[in-house]
Each structure stands twice: as C-alpha cells, then as structure tokens.
Design a protein. Structure first.
Length: 381
C-alpha cells in the first residue's frame, strides 16, 4: 500500500513586472506611500553609484576588495525597509546578520549615510572599525565572509530573543551557495525545532563565485530547503523591491507574533563580478548578462516611479549629484582614517595564536613596508 503522506508547494511573489507595471493584486500601500517609494529608489541609486566608485578605488589601489552589489539592490532595500517599517510598529530594532553583499541594507539602516559607506570601505580595507554596527541599528552583526556560518549564529541569537521574551526578530542573509553548507542546514533545522523568530533570506544571484545555480543543487528551488526543516518557505522576485518588502514584512510578523521562522529565496542576478578578485567573463556569457540587465531592479523601480509621475531625469540628476558628494566625503573620511592610523595593519600581527604561522614574518614585513609608504604619502601631501 502506498499513500501520499504530505504535499508541499512553494509560492512565488512578484508585484512589479519588468516594465514597471504593477500586477493587479499589488497592495494599495505600494502606490500610495510615495515617500517610501522614493526613499527606496534613492537608496538603490546611491549604492549603485557607490559600487562603481569602490570598484574604481580598488583598481587604483586605494581600497581593498569590493563585493559587487550591482543588480542586487532590490532585495536588499526591500528587506531593510520592511525591517525598519516593522520596527516602527513594534518599537524595537530587529537584528541584521548579513553575509558580505548587503551594502544597500547597511546604507539603509544608518542615518549617517557617509558613515555607513566609510565603514564598508574600512571593513574591506582591513580595519576592525568596519565591523561596528550603526548607532541607529546597534545590535547588527558585521559582514560574514565564511559562507553559511552566520545562519547558525543568527539562529542562536533568535533563540536568545525568544528565551528573553524580547519582541523582535533576527534577519539573516546568505547566498544560494551557502545553502549547500552544513551551517545553513543545521541553522534552519534548529530554527524549525526551537521555533525561533528568524527570517533567513537566501539571495539566489545564480552563482557561487563561478559555480552556476544548476551545478549547486538539483532541487527545483532553494526555498524548499526550508521544507526539510519544517519552516515556512517561499520564493520572491528579488529584483522587485516591493515584493521583497511585502514577503519580509509578513515573515517578520510571523516571527514576532508567533515565533515562527521563515526561509525566503529572493531570485536575482549578480550583474558584476563576485568580487574584485574575480573575472566573470571566464565562466559566463555576455548574452546571459545582457538578458539579466533587462530585469535590473533599479530600472524596474524607475519605470514604476515614472508611471506614477513622481520622479524624472531632472530629480535624478539632482539626487545623483548629492549622492556622489556623500560618497566622495565617505571616501575622504576612509582615506583620512587609514592615513592617520598607519598602525592598523601592523596591529593585526600582534594578535596571533601561540604557534606563529610560517608566513607571519614575511607578512609583517610587507605590512610595515605598506605602513611606511602610507606615511610617506601623508608627508608629501
Ligand atoms: C566556509 C567558506 N568556504 C568557502 C569560502 C570561499 N567563498 C567565498 S564566496 C563563495 C561563494 C558564495 O556564494 P553564495 O553563497 O551564492 O553568495 P554570493 O557571493 O553569490 O552572494 C565561496 C565559496 C568561504 N568564504 N567560506
Ligand atoms: Mg550566489
């Protein structure tokens, strides 16, 4: 005898078509709350400008690595804005536990936009100060480069919130690649068993560095990995900032009101390189990237705002000039900091484990040479 024990389905949400035309079932608030729409668009625009700037700084040798965010601004602004909207309702801040590609969300959370951008540059420049949380979102975690590890940490923090009866949630972000790690699966498994207020957003940007989506998993969706853990899971168009806002807001309500975890797969595309150490032309076709440019989240939102007649080229030019000035100021603050604190690099080597690694001596020499070069630059100026 065989019977069907259970059936599952994965729902997918999209509100804005790529033309910027909304589907009929889009909630009214996504048309009427125009200031929020504009704010979302401005943040997406600013981080796109910052991405280009930090790539250029890295190429000039003035900044460290850049993990590109081009094409991924939609989901990041979508979930960050859902978090702050929900925070206004509950009167407490949620906890953001990102991986390393959430510049747009970090920009959103910080009231001081220059400081947010400066910290991103400091982080990739190797300064511990880049790990600090913004004053306006004080419990956030720093970026996590070790893939998937933040999911377990986020689960633990969410469990702590539950034990302490704090009415707020943890929002953890990881990539598609991270869903293949043990940490991801252990994290969501515990989240399901312990019923913690956790929202895990899987940003499916189609690649884990050079490994394409279909080489990572035979599962039809990444969202359904949540089924195995017994947690609510769904897919959302990650290039549709409004759909992401909606899905994450609902997940936050479930987390806070019912202490139920969620896994949300946000489907998007990484238009840029994985990081500045990567050359994507080695593993993907230009035609694929050109097709992805058609579904660019920034473009889609711009088309929507144009339809509502609340934005135009003139406003865009004024805003971009303002944003570029903020970015330049952030770069100056970052460079001033690095030049004024030449010990930052050398200090790294004062905190080694008991048995020094065999490359330590060479690395320290290189750090000191770099430090000396920086001092010379400063003296010349
Ligand atoms: C534990 C661990 N293993 C390997 C790496 C090397 N690594 C850096 S990024 C990356 C791919 C991650 O892809 P994904 O999770 O899809 O995130 P994305 O970079 O696409 O946002 C890997 C394997 C790492 N940082 N940490
Ligand atoms: Mg990925």
């Amino acid at each position: 005898m065989k019977t069907v024990v259970t059936r599952f389905k994965i729902l997918y949400t999209q509100f804005l078509m790529k033309s910027g035309i909304p589907h009929k079932d889009m909630p009214e608030e996504y048309v009427t709350k125009t200031e929020r729409l504009l704010c979302m668009y401005r943040h997406m625009r600013m981080i796109r400008l910052f991405d280009a700037k930090s790539l250029s700084l890295q190429r000039q040798g003035r900044a460290g690595t850049n993990a590109s965010t081009e094409g991924e601004e939609g989901y990041a602004v979508g979930y960050a804005s859902a978090m702050t909207d929900h925070e206004a309702v509950i009167g407490a801040t949620h906890i953001h536990v990102p991986h390393y590609r959430q510049n747009a969300a970090m920009l959103w959370f910080d009231k001081d936009k220059e400081a947010a951008l400066m910290r991103i540059l400091l982080y990739w420049g190797g300064s511990e100060l880049g790990n600090l949380a913004p004053e306006s979102h004080p419990d956030d975690h720093p970026m996590s480069v070790p893939i998937g590890t933040q999911v377990g940490l986020a689960q633990g923090r969410a469990f702590a919130l539950k034990v302490r009866k704090e009415r707020r949630a943890v929002v953890c972000i990881c990539g598609d690649g991270a869903t293949s790690t043990g940490d991801f699966n252990a994290g969501i498994n515990f989240a399901g068993v312990l019923k913690v207020p956790l929202v895990v957003i899987v940003t499916n940007n189609q690649y884990a560095i050079s490994v394409p989506r279909e080489r990572q998993s035979a599962a039809q969706t990444f969202a359904q990995k949540g089924i195995a853990a017994g947690v609510h899971c769904e897919q959302v168009d990650g290039n549709d900032v409004l759909a992401v806002h909606y899905a994450v807001y609902q997940a936050l309500k479930r987390a806070v009101d019912e202490s139920l975890p969620s896994v949300i797969e946000a489907i998007t595309y990484r238009l840029g390189a994985h990081t500045t150490a990567d050359d994507p032309t080695k593993y993907r076709d230009d035609t694929e990237v050109a097709a992805a440019r058609e579904i660019d989240p920034l473009l889609r939102m711009r088309r929507f705002l144009d339809r509502l007649k609340i934005w135009d080229d003139e406003k865009e030019a004024v805003y971009c000039a303002w944003a570029e000035a903020r970015i330049e100021a952030a770069v100056k603050r970052y460079e001033d900091h690095v030049l004024r604190n030449p010990l930052t690099l050398a200090q790294v080597y004062e905190h080694q484990v008991a048995v020094p690694h065999y490359t330590l001596k060479r690395e320290r020499e290189l750090a000191l040479a770099y430090q000396k070069a920086l001092v010379q630059v400063e003296t010349k100026e």
